[in-house]
Structure formats: C-alpha cells, structure tokens
Design a protein around this ligand. Structure first.
Ligand code: HEC
Length: 93
C-alpha cells in the first residue's frame, strides 16, 4: 500500500518545477501505460486557459484517471499542488 502523508513528509514543498517533472512522467499516479500529460498537452497545448478553471484539480484528476489510467491524486498532495502550479504557468503568455 502506498500512503502519501502530506503532514509527515519532511521538506517537500509543491513547486512548478516538480510539477513539470510529473507532467512528463508516464508513471505518474500509478499509470502503467506509455502516456504522460505531455503526450496530449505538449508544451502546454490546450492548457492556456486552465489557470482560469475553477475545477482545475478535478480536471487534472479526470485526465489522470481517464487517459493515463492512473489513480486520482489527493487534492492537497504535493504532487497535485505541483502539477497545478505547472499547469497554471502556461496561462497568460
Ligand atoms: C489522451 C490525451 C490526454 C492526456 C494524456 C491528458 N490530457 Fe488533459 N485534456 C485532454 C483533453 C482532450 C482535454 C479537453 C480539452 C478541451 O476541453 O478542449 C483535456 C483537458 C485538460 C485540462 C483542462 C483545460 C482547461 O482549459 O480547463 C487540464 C488542466 C488538463 N487536461 C491537464 C492534464 C494533465 C495535468 C494531464 C496529466 C496528468 C493530462 N491533462 C493528460 C487530453 C489529455
């Protein structure tokens, strides 16, 4: 069993650069297929307006459980918050 505990995990802060790694990682969230977020959103394609999306976290999880065939991330996990920061960084440019 893999249990991620945000309170107990020492010294890992969410960051956009960590999010970028996850975005390109085909193993994200237990995914066993070859796709990563970057497969369908290369260079942030389709995510230009994502920072305005009030349901951003659910949409990210929908892309994880759908095309990636992974397990949804805890909404307040370092992984999710990092991915969110990275996705938001495509906006407004
Ligand atoms: C198989 C292709 C595919 C993969 C893999 C994929 N997505 Fe998506 N994603 C889509 C499609 C299709 C949409 C809907 C696009 C639209 O609404 O025009 C979408 C929509 C989104 C949106 C909403 C954009 C908005 O404007 O609100 C976000 C955020 C997003 N994806 C993030 C991710 C993240 C993060 C990952 C990796 C965990 C990921 N996606 C993996 C295809 C994919």
């Amino acid at each position: 069993m893999l249990t991620l505990n945000a309170c107990g995990s020492a010294g890992k802060e969410p960051s956009a650069s960590e999010g970028g790694k996850l975005f390109n990682d085909p193993r994200l969230a237990g995914s066993v297929n070859a796709s990563s977020c970057a497969t369908c959103h290369p260079g942030g394609k389709g995510l230009e307006k994502a920072f305005e999306n009030p349901k951003l976290v659910s949409v990210i999880n929908a892309c994880i459980t759908g095309p990636l065939d992974g397990q949804p991330l805890e909404v307040s996990s370092v992984e999710m918050l990092s991915l969110k920061l990275y996705v938001e960084s495509f906006g407004g440019e």
